[in-house]
Write a protein that binds this ligand. Structure first.
Ligand SMILES: Cc1cn([C@H]2C[C@H](O)[C@@H](COP(=O)(O)OP(=O)(O)OP(=O)(O)O)O2)c(=O)[nH]c1=O
Length: 192
């Protein structure tokens, strides 16, 4: 049995390491991340995590771990901004409001799949022009759902969350540990 992390995200590798888990291989899947018409954020996020897990090729006994993080403003899905202009638009929408960060985790072993979604409420303060421009110049928005990363400079914009900090960063470690255990991964070194 091998553990395959199906993710290009360095955050996910680091959060797994927090659990003492080092993947045997990292095989990022390449799937279409476009939402379907009228698709809501939570089902969208869950679908993407499952599709990522199905897209990684693995031996029947291997465990594949994938996740997706989606920022939701009401029914609206804010993905990874294409450019600084879109990041500015997202941050302007998010500032002064509460939004949700959903991370869906999917673990697959052969034909069996275990998955969970973790929803965290996040409050972002309204950003001044200096804060917004400084953040855009940092480049930290790149590759981040909603155009920000709580674990970096944008932490200064977030006075309050309710839910899972590691979920916002990209991999909720408590739920991930439970899913890995369900799939038979020896998390605490135990042998089957
Ligand atoms: C909201 C938020 C998101 N993010 C990141 C986590 C994810 O890497 C990214 C959302 O994009 P995802 O599509 O979930 O993941 P990814 O494209 O980085 O990697 P892969 O699909 O290969 O697993 O946003 C943060 O790092 N901090 C945050 O505060």
């Amino acid at each position: 049995m091998k553990l395959i992390l199906g993710s290009a995200s360095p955050r996910r590798k680091d959060l797994l390491a927090q659990l003492g888990v080092v993947p045997d291989a990292i095989l990022p899947p390449d799937i279409d991340e476009d939402p379907k018409p009228r698709e809501l954020p939570r089902p969208y996020c869950a679908r993407l995590a499952r599709e990522k897990a199905q897209a990684v090729s693995a031996d029947p006994d291997d465990i594949v771990l994938c996740a997706d993080t989606t920022v939701a403003l009401g029914r609206r899905i804010l993905g990874k901004p294409a450019d600084a202009g879109e990041a500015a638009a997202f941050l302007t929408l998010l500032g002064g409001r509460r939004h949700q960060v959903i991370t869906a985790v999917a673990v697959r072993r052969g034909a069996r799949l275990w998955s969970r979604e973790v929803v965290t409420d996040v409050k972002m303060k309204r950003l001044s022009d200096v804060e917004l421009n400084g953040y855009l110049a940092s480049g930290e928005w790149q590759g981040k759902a909603g155009g920000y990363a709580i674990q970096g400079l944008a932490g200064a914009f977030i006075p309050w969350i309710s839910g899972s900090f590691t979920g916002v960063v990209g991999l909720p470690v408590a739920e991930t540990a439970a899913l890995l255990a369900a799939a038979g991964y020896p998390l605490y070194g135990e042998t089957a």
